[in-house]
Design a binder for this molecule. Sequence first.
Ligand code: SAH
Length: 234
Amino acid sequence: MCLKSAMRCSTNDQFVDSLVRAGLCKNKRVESALRSVDRSKFVRDPETAYLDRPQSIGHGVTISAPHMHVVCLEILEPFLEPGMRALDCGSGSGYLTAAMMAMVSEGGSPGGAFGIECVEALVPWSMQNVANDNKIQWLEDTENFDLVHGDGSKGFANRAPFNSIHVGAAAPHIPKPLIDQLASPGRLVIPVGPQHGAQELIIVDKASDSSITKRRAMDVRYVPFHMKGTEVYE
Ligand code: SAH
């Protein structure tokens, strides 16, 4: 088991093998997305890339722990079918946006994945990470893949609607623009709660008739998601 610091994986494949063996990754499509995106290209310290823990990426934020990326990808998987469109709010390192892109573009499908990040300096770095992971062709096709600077609590209106939306930080409330920008059907996964208090991972589904249902998946711990002046869904 190389998810703990006692023994280290030396390749991304070994790392994914260990996530599967530990029962942390069960879905085959998520597994193949993780195999196609090398986590060591999306961190500051490649030495500890394959450990199951968050890692600082500067600016007071972290790349999330691998098991949390897997949880969110598995929740969103039915809405990350080839050809679908995905939004990653708080894209940070770009890792999860890339994993979403791997799923929606599987088999050469014309799916789209977009990341929006409020720390401007992280955006060119995340693009460089994608390039270093041999995915320059994605960066050249900005119609279907993009990492941009902006306030993700407002969504990404000119690329909407999205079948799946992931929020990578804990929001005090569910932002209304994200509900508005969900496709019908579509799914939003968002950590909700105060910075230093109880946070829950919430799944919001928009059905084909645009009705909304909401449920709690698990307790979580994330860095804060900023929502200055954003209309609140509830
Ligand atoms: N999934 C990313 C998570 C990074 S941490 C990864 O694993 O690399 C969460 C990120 O959300 C941080 O980079 C933080 O700057 C960003 N963030 C917080 N509030 C935001 C907002 N309103 N809009 C865009 N990004 C935001």
